[in-house]
Design a binder for this molecule. Sequence first.
Ligand SMILES: *Cc1c(COP(=O)(O)O)cnc(C)c1O
Length: 382
Amino acid sequence: MLNYGKQHISDNDIAAVVQVLKSPYLTQGPVVPLFEQAICQLTQAQFGIAVNSATSALHIACLSLGLQQGDSVWTSPISFVASANCALYCGASIDFIDIDPQTCNLSIPLLTHKLAQAKKTNCLPKIIIAVHLAGHSCDMQALHQLSKKYHFHIIEDAAHALGGYYRNKPIGNGEFSTISVFSFHPVKSITSGEGGMAVCNDKKLADKMALLRNHGITRDIRLITSQQQNACYYEQLNLGFNYRMSDLHAALGLSQLQQLKHFIKQREKIVAYYNEQLSTLPITLPRNHPDNHSSHHLYIIRLHRQHNQKNIIQQCHAQGIGVNIHYIPIHLQPYYQRLGFKHGDFPNAENYYQKAITLPLYPTLSRDEQDTIINTLKTLLK
Ligand SMILES: *Cc1c(COP(=O)(O)O)cnc(C)c1O
């Protein structure tokens, strides 16, 4: 089966992990900070907090901004459930902003309208989580302007977007947001096995997140409250978690990072070939705004009315082509329905979900494999 995504692990990656295995530290050694620095260098952010997943990063990002019961978070319904779950972990409530049918990211006009309504009823969000679907950045400048007017924080869920650019600056640089979050799950731009990172330019937020990732425990002399410290002394200052990344994972991530540019180049070539070969079919191809230089995490086509998504997916799977859907709208998940969300709440997202199909896209997808996918689609959609 040609999966929709697949990691590529080099001999150098393996050697980097083996080196840690032979070292004194499997976790909390020297490699995690090196990986953090390398991601900061790439994204031009000042501080990086490596954790065991992007989900954990989203959680501590929300907590560091003081999110709690009584607050609300808004995000796009077309994302992985983690983009919304993080609000609920903090006891806050969640709501969604319907997507723009063109970009498939959260709609700025719909958000503008929703904010104006929310201001009247005094229920503005504390945080908006902007998801860069497929690696194509949201309209961050517009979002940033709204955040000034309505006083909310922006977290970029950049799980798809490591190595991408918005207005010629790397995603994660923080010009238009408070915190950005990356994932190193094997289907993403680079992998650490499991892993994630929050980046920001605010030392206080970075310190808070670093504390929350490690049980709320510190050994930092400047933070410790007691006078009677000894060399073994530590204090728990907050209720934190064990969200630490291990040196094994960081070594893989750091080594993978050396190949990120190459990976994205390969993805670009594959996307260009899809765009060329599929242009005559009655489908909507993914379109990238000229402000964006996408990381090309996903290649999502949208079917037109005459084609049945379920049939097409079934036939692709029968022929070994592991197409997928990104995503089932979060508000349609049974858990979210129990929270009160209903079919019809976000019609653009629901319509998108009926039409979207993710084609295989990963750096080692060969031209032959791509031709098989393209020819299958041409037969099915002719
Ligand atoms: C993958 C993903 C996450 C979660 O990442 P993990 O590292 O697996 O926790 C969050 N948001 C989006 C948009 C994702 O695609």
